[in-house]
Design a protein around this ligand. Sequence first.
Ligand SMILES: [Zn+2]
Length: 323
Amino acid sequence: MKAFYSDEYVLPLPEGHRFPMRKYRLTRDLAVARVPDLELVKPLAATRDELELAHRAAYIDAVFDGTLTAREQREIGFPWSVAMVERSRRSVGATLGASRVACDEGIAINLAGGTHHAYADKGSGFCVFNDVAVTVRSMRRERQREGLHPWSFVVIDLDVHQGNGTASILAADADVFTLSLHGEKNFPFRKEASTLDVGLPDGCDDDGYLAALDAALATMLDRFAPDFVFYLAGADPYTGDRLGRLDLSIEGLATRDRRVFELAASRALPIAVAMAGGYGHVIEETCAIHAQTVALAAEYASRYPHHPSSATVLRDAHLTRIS
Ligand SMILES: [Zn+2]
């Protein structure tokens, strides 16, 4: 199984910044320890042309040129830097790359991504560009160009925060079903309308969460027949998360992951997984949760047939090995 990882994910931040940047390398190390044959792949940076599929040109210019206002940078949560642009583009490129690999191999991972708070014309909540929205639009365009039948996409967003940017950008895309399970009282305080939103109360535990997830997945499948799955496997519903406000255990999060992987594997649906958020009081626990997701994905990967010859939407440029 392939996992997209780039050292550019790690953004140098001012002393005392609240974002736990060291989680990326640690997640990578723990994932490789748990899945020794994990293939790390370095993503390309998303191109301007790809970003324009989901973002306004003026916003992309402001990010690329470093002309974001102080207020726009505050809403993103990172000060602008060349490294910040590079990180944001690689993170989208990794979800693009993982999605193309998933078309051939069933499952692939982005060891970052899930930047679901980014809107068409602004960033927010540590998200600059929206990886899933760009990828949906890019895959749709590639399939059109190849003369392939159009696909339907589901976004299963289980980060504890609502996928507001994704819901907003993809609201009018009839071939996309956005599902968000999130803390109702948590950020973002002004929610957007996903195709299906499930707002959970503070303190929701494993049983309450899994019951809500089962109901939501059943509703989704009643209403929609997906060809491709995006999974945002946020580690922030964990009880030990600083920003989560829910009460899930590490075992509960494993069961959550299995429900999603089972849904995809039992229907032979390709699935691209992004890590999304995680802000544990103990960051090693956050990284262990992400590594657990990778290990579970690797278990399910063996259930997919390998079709290297069907590389219809895979571009070799996205497969520059780094180890
Ligand atoms: Zn989150």
